[in-house]
Design a protein around this ligand. Structure first.
Ligand code: BTN
Length: 260
């Protein structure tokens, strides 16, 4: 296992230096050629620290899934956040992953022009194929926010065929993945400010604009062990997904949504 920090690739160091003013507090980036999971490395570090790896040997997704993390074709990164510093810590904590989804979509858009849709709560999709995912894990009073973005085509395992996509395969041209990383950090910096200052409407409005399937899409979800199917009816101010099931409105706080 190569988990000693490596020197930042020169092109990345240059980009970070040029963008410094836009990245606060995410100016300290530890780069590794290989780690088990960037979330585990970041869990030991201070607020604002960023961990980036070229490859993960034990990348984790939500709900016990693994995250395929081959070298060179994706971004695997974690940032350390402290929502407890917000003017409204509880609100910031519940909206943190939605804010992160918005930021990743904005970063991808700014660096490449690709507009990804958000799927509740924070996955990025293009044409119903997954482009990026977020894993937030508590670490004391901090939150480690890990994100994976597929930047170019990889030899995906068979179970992912047809279910995932990458920025380059959507655009049909190459992209500078370090530019995507830096723009994602810049967008995270802006949305983290929103969280800390309690500007929750700005986050929710941006999330809703990028999530067309959050209203009127047929979905299935397991709630308290029961499978419910219904029509999405938006997200409320606490970031919960509303699903109309017959004449009831289910309020979903956690779970995995399947589009039907
Ligand atoms: C998901 O959609 O299931 C979440 C995927 C999160 C993957 C990223 S890659 C960087 C960070 N380290 C991990 O082990 N997981 C997250």
């Amino acid at each position: 296992m190569k988990s000693n920090p490596s020197d930042l690739p020169t092109t990345l160091a240059d980009l970070l230096a040029r963008s410094r003013a836009r990245l606060e507090p995410f100016n300290t980036v530890h780069y590794f050629s290989e780690v088990p999971s960037t979330n585990d490395v970041a869990a030991l570090l201070a607020e604002g620290t960023v961990v980036l790896a070229d490859r993960q040997t034990a990348g984790r997704g939500r709900r016990g899934h693994s995250w395929f993390s081959p070298p060179g074709s994706g971004l695997y990164a974690s940032v350390v956040l402290a929502p407890s510093r917000s003017l409204d810590p509880q609100g910031a904590t519940v909206l943190l992953t939605l804010a992160a989804g918005v930021a990743l979509a904005e970063g991808v858009d700014a660096a490449s022009g690709l507009r990804a849709d958000l799927k509740w709560p924070n996955d990025l999709y293009v044409s119903r194929r997954k482009l990026a995912g977020i894993l937030a894990e508590a670490s004391g009073d901090r939150v480690v926010l890990g994100f994976g973005i597929n930047t170019s085509v990889a030899s995906y395992p068979p179970d992912l065929h047809g279910r995932v996509t990458s920025i380059e395969s959507e655009l049909g041209r190459s992209v500078d993945r370090y530019a995507v990383f830096v723009e994602a950090l810049a967008a995270l910096s802006r949305r983290y400010d929103d969280l800390l200052l309690g500007r929750f409407d700005a986050i929710l409005d941006a999330w809703r604009r990028r999530a067309p399937a959050a209203v009127g899409a047929r979905v299935a979800c397991t709630v308290d062990g029961n499978l419910v199917t219904g029509l999405t009816a938006g997200v409320d101010d606490r970031g919960a997904l509303l699903v109309r099931v017959g004449d009831r409105l289910e309020r979903i706080m956690s779970g995995e949504i399947q589009w039907l």
